[in-house]
Design a protein around this ligand. Structure first.
Ligand SMILES: Nc1ncnc2c1ncn2[C@@H]1O[C@H](COP(=O)(O)OP(=O)(O)OP(=O)(O)O)[C@@H](O)[C@H]1O
Ligand SMILES: [Mg+2]
Length: 410
């Protein structure tokens, strides 16, 4: 995309590397004098199998292997990813005929390799060294967005609900500089991001209720892990469109077993990661039921993701008379089997009640669902510069709201 030269010098770049470890997303964004966002261009770079393996090998500590040298592997990857991010940004700038001076700042999420909000000393770790990135690109970087919220006693996740509110609320109180300003949707709105982990944001129609957001559980993570284990020769490392799951049958015993995990009994605020929902967790659950086919496991995992999302939506819906809108985004929105299970679950038991659900994609609201997270991190960098309160204590459980992020100069 060629960009009008009159518009140069005022871009923010959002950079996201999600828990699926599939690749990095970049979004080029501007904001007008009313803080209204415009998304100009995107860039995606898939990770090589080797890079993806280095990331995923750090998700789950192997306590039985004293030689696994996690600290060295993590911090070498910290620098390696920063270099990879910098190269991708330089390629993106060339593609868009821009240079570093056109970018006000990069908002970088980094790559989560460990998220332990319920540890004795809660912590979260995102790598992709912000200082290296700033120095190599010669662009200011705003990063480490989760840390201040955690320092304030919050989960540090999910971070996107404040951004969802700015995008999906039909009108906001423009006098307030807080992300938690009042909202006025004519119906309840849910935004569900299905990445490695799935998270939702609830924007209630009534402004008497807080925005709510939390991780509903696994998104694509377990489906990806199981698919890769049994389809090592596949061209994709995920169940494309959910075709493999579609030939399997949902196993109710396994489904009940998966749903009995404590995570689903926890009340929000809550967040999770791939150090929790991983292959060993799944194998443990499989050990508690009669053996079933690999496709049946995949079908059940797909249903599991759908049901945990829909249960959360149904628990939160306010029974208003309007149709509740559910917007999907993230890679899982491309999984037809998953999407149709979400729709089936939403429609079941709700046809005759006041609550009716309309399943949509964020693309229908003008935001590409594959880009939404990268755009959100451009917004978080902008919010940092404008000193906006970009966290949501009602979502994360922090003691107060704050401006998220830390700046790194070239
Ligand atoms: N056509 C498709 N069919 C099925 N699944 C798909 C398809 N395209 C993408 N996916 C799934 O989406 C995943 C990537 O999604 P995405 O990039 O949104 O997740 P992420 O990187 O984990 O982001 P985050 O966790 O930050 O939300 C892939 O690993 C795969 O599981
Ligand atoms: Mg991704």
């Amino acid at each position: 995309m060629q960009i009008n030269s009159a518009k140069k010098n005022n871009y923010y770049l959002g950079l996201m590397s999600g828990t699926s470890a599939d690749g990095l997303d970049l979004a080029l964004v501007t904001f007008d004098e009313n803080n209204k966002l415009e998304h100009h261009a995107s860039y995606y770079q898939a990770y090589s199998e080797q890079t993806a393996d280095k990331i995923t090998a750090l998700y789950c500590a192997d306590n039985n292997n004293p030689n696994n040298n996690e600290i060295d592997r993590a911090f070498e990857l910290d620098v390696e990813l920063a270099k990879l991010f910098a190269n991708a940004i330089n390629a993106f700038l060339v593609q868009e005929q821009l240079n570093g001076d056109d970018i006000i700042a990069i908002g970088s999420h980094g790559q989560t390799i460990r998220h332990r909000p319920r540890a004795k000393q809660p912590f979260t770790l995102q790598i992709g060294c912000c200082q290296t990135l700033a120095t190599l690109t010669n662009i200011r970087v705003i990063g480490q967005f989760r840390r201040k919220d955690m320092a304030l006693g919050g989960q540090g996740a999910p971070l996107v609900p404040a951004f969802h509110q700015t995008i999906f609320s039909e009108s906001c109180d423009s006098d307030s500089d807080s992300a938690e300003n009042s909202i006025h949707n004519s119906s309840d709105v849910f935004v569900v991001n299905i990445g490695g982990i799935a998270n939702l944001t609830f924007l209630p129609a009534t402004n008497k209720l807080d925005v709510i957001g939390y991780d509903t559980g696994t998104g694509n993570a377990l489906m990806d892990d199981w698919f890769q284990l049994h389809n090592p020769d596949s061209k994709t490392n995920y169940d494309k469109n959910g075709d493999w799951a579609a030939v399997g049958k949902i196993d109710n015993n396994l489904l009940r077993q998966l749903l009995s995990d404590n995570y689903f009994q926890l009340t929000p605020p809550k967040s999770t990661g791939r150090e929790y929902f991983h292959l060993s967790w799944l194998k443990k659950q499989l050990g508690n039921i009669k053996p079933i086919s690999n496709q049946d496991v995949q079908a059940t995992l797909t249903a599991f993701t759908a049901i945990t999302i829909v249960n959360a939506i149904k628990q939160l819906s306010t029974n208003n008379t309007n149709i509740t809108k559910v917007y999907l985004c993230g890679g899982g929105a491309h999984n037809h089997t998953l999407k149709s299970q979400i729709n089936q679950q939403l429609q079941s038991e709700s046809q005759s009640e006041e609550n009716k659900y309309e399943l949509l994609l964020t693309n229908q609201k003008g935001i590409d669902g594959d880009q939404l997270e990268a755009v959100a991190f451009a917004w978080l960098a902008f919010a940092y510069d404008k000193k906006l309160l970009s966290s949501m204590p009602a979502v994360t459980g922090a003691s107060k709201s704050c401006t998220l992020g830390t700046v790194y100069l070239p």
